[in-house]
Design a binder for this molecule. Sequence first.
Ligand code: ATP
Length: 231
Amino acid sequence: MTLTLEHVVKKYKDFTAVNDLNFSIGKGEIFGLIGQNGAGKTTTFRMILDLQEQTSGNITWDGAPIKKINRDLLGYLPEERGIFPQMKVEEQLVFFGELRGMDRKELKSELDFWIKRFDIEEKRYDKAETLSKGNQQKVQLIASFIHKPKFLILDEPFSGLDPVNRDLLKNAILLLKERGTTILFSSHQMDNVEELCDHLCLLKRGVSLFSGSLLELKKQYGKTKLTIRTD
Ligand code: ATP
């Protein structure tokens, strides 16, 4: 699935949160939307997913508006994380998988795979509320892609994770890409970007400072190591 944004603007009354945003994400790419707090990342995701309407501009999926797209092809980790505190880890992942219509056999095999991969096997039958914040976040991450979406949107997936878990997530993202998933994620820092992104967009107060490949970014900024700040 390809996603295209053309001249997208979002205004809240007189305040412009996103101003003339243009980018395109090709099939199988990892795309980073990078910017400080308030840059407009969450607003952009919400418009892409039709959770709120843009003031002007076009957002299309394979050339069509999202209303024509089967939502089960999409996965989303929102910034406001949601978890059922009283449900056990496995129970809630099964719930999310079944909600997306997965068959039991496939769901079980995905569940086994990701629980192991994210190193939470010991927590499998524990209630979510008893897990550390980092482990809860891993459950939420798995829930966002357990149904094997074609296009996955992750809002600040690295925030709140320690370095070991950030590495686990980085590897998971690369594995999802290998499986053919297109991934759009946001981050307020450049960490991980170099290893992960094919393309990226740097946002500052709703305005795109740069959009393109890492190579183009490095050429533009004349650096071999990315230390660009968007604040
Ligand atoms: P953060 O990580 O802090 O959420 P962000 O890049 O995701 O940053 P957004 O949440 O998209 O930023 O917010 C962009 C700007 O739009 C901010 O200045 C925010 O205060 C403003 N904003 C977001 N939602 C609303 C709203 N419903 N009404 C008015 N202003 C809003």
